[in-house]
Design a protein around this ligand. Structure first.
Ligand code: NAP
Length: 412
């Protein structure tokens, strides 16, 4: 097949945009070159000559010679306007903007169909790990049973610094920002929103399930208490921010982002710093594990480059699984979550009532924790109504029949 020559209009020249410029300059086997780079701030010093830059998006969007728009800006609303217009003008688009993709997933799919242009976004999930294309192309819908992973590099970096070096949360966050790992607005990372956007994209490509961001519970790492950190250390566990997508039966999927206690036997235990890791459980291949850098200029740019290269072969996502989707998201108390909950002594007394089973309690002069089982819907309520630190231990389905109970007992 003859490879297409790509003429790129690049939006954004920050961490990833500049990274892509460097990576492209060192890549000889991709027939692509950047014609213009559109940025926002006219007074900023740039690493390359000024004649490369434009400040009006229409210069790229209306240029008939440009056949690919690469969108790498940090403003999700403006990114959507750029991507939409680019597709309407018949241009292929590559983006790494998970917030924009998650918030407009269905519209973006329709635009691709309506204007017959590809839209690729491998860099939006786990940066350097080729997870979207693998889920899209390799794994058959009914073979996958769960996708769980560390999908946010900056929170993993922060948690590693806290765990391994006793660094304070604030200092670790600052270091993540200095290294270019954190989003411009850090609450997107630390609040678990970025991981949730990625989980939404993974759900669509793994299971064909398209949901809105507000439907997925996300608990961040900003509330992790010293008591929880101490508990993890004393028990040889690590706290990791995990995105979970678990098929619980032939019709339902549980999707949650939350900090979780990870044992040393779990492959994710050794995924530290800015690395991401994704574990897939499948019916026949059983457990599979992907690992790689989940943030930073060159790792993310490598995924963007791979999408650009794929465009030269006319690659596009076909979204087969969405077309035959049979799943819904389940968020109710039928889903039972094993959890460590820590809070002030007064709050813990109120929180005890939500537990169906308590296996351990502890308190010092001011704070306390409970370990036990709680319904997923109740956990959502607690997350909103209480100033509590929530750390997951497990996710399971409440058996509704004796046969299910026997099956679960056997599986566990
Ligand atoms: N950093 C990572 O490790 C990473 C990993 C995966 C995905 N991503 C995603 O990649 C995208 C870019 O992230 P980044 O870290 O490279 O951001 P960044 O370093 O903050 O750079 C943002 C760039 O966007 C430009 N920009 C903002 N608004 C614009 C507008 N309206 N028109 C044109 N340019 C505009 C800025 O222009 P000025 O230079 O003029 O300010 C800047 O060059 C985001 O969607 C992010 O979620 C990042």
């Amino acid at each position: 097949m003859e490879r297409k020559q790509l003429n790129i209009g690049l939006f954004g020249f920050g961490c990833v945009g500049y990274g892509l410029h460097q990576v492209l300059a060192q890549t000889t086997n991709v027939a692509a070159s950047i014609k213009y780079i559109c940025v926002k701030n006219k007074n900023k010093m740039r690493q390359i000559v000024a004649s490369n830059f434009v400040f009006d998006k229409h210069i790229i969007l209306d240029d008939a010679e440009i056949n690919v728009v690469v969108e790498l800006i940090d403003d999700a609303d403006e990114a959507f306007e750029i991507v939409k217009k680019a597709m309407q003008n018949g241009k292929a688009v590559v983006s790494a903007n998970k917030k924009m993709i998650a918030e407009h997933f269905d519209e973006l799919r329709l635009l691709q169909k309506q204007y017959e242009v590809p839209f690729l976004y491998e860099g939006s999930v786990c940066a350097s790990i080729p997870i979207i294309r693998n889920l899209e192309e390799y794994y058959n819908n009914d073979l996958l049973t769960s996708v769980e992973g560390i999908v946010n590099g900056s929170t993993n970096y922060i948690l590693t610094k806290i765990e391994a070096e006793n660094t304070s949360y604030q200092i670790a966050l600052q270091q993540a920002q200095e290294n270019g790992y954190a989003e411009s607005n850090p609450i997107l990372d630390t609040g678990g929103f970025d991981a949730k956007y990625k989980l939404l994209i993974l759900l669509a490509h793994a299971f064909g399930l398209v949901v809105q961001p507000k439907e997925i519970l996300n608990i961040g790492i900003d509330g992790i208490s010293p008591l929880a950190i101490k508990y993890a250390k004393e028990n040889g566990l690590k706290i990791k921010l995990i995105a979970h997508a678990i098929k619980i039966n032939e019709k339902e999927i549980v999707a949650v982002v939350a900090p979780k206690l990870i044992a040393s036997s779990n492959q994710l235990y050794r995924v530290d710093d800015v690395y991401n890791g994704v574990c897939l459980q499948t019916a026949f291949a059983e457990s599979q594990f992907f690992v790689g850098k989940g943030a930073g200029a060159h790792p993310t740019a490598s995924a963007v480059l791979s999408d650009i290269s794929a465009l030269t072969f006319n690659y596009r996502y076909e979204y087969h699984k969405i077309k035959i989707n049979q799943y819904t998201l389940v968020n109710n108390n039928r889903i039972v979550v094993g959890v460590l909950l820590s809070a002030s002594i007064e709050d813990i007394e109120a929180l005890k009532h939500y537990f169906s089973n308590i296996t351990e309690t502890y308190s010092n002069h001011t704070d306390a924790y409970i370990i036990g089982k709680i319904g997923l819907q109740d956990l959502q309520l607690i997350n909103i109504a209480f100033d509590a630190c929530i750390i997951l231990i497990s996710i399971m389905q409440q058996p509704t029949t004796t046969i299910e109970a026997q099956q679960l007992a056997f599986a566990n």
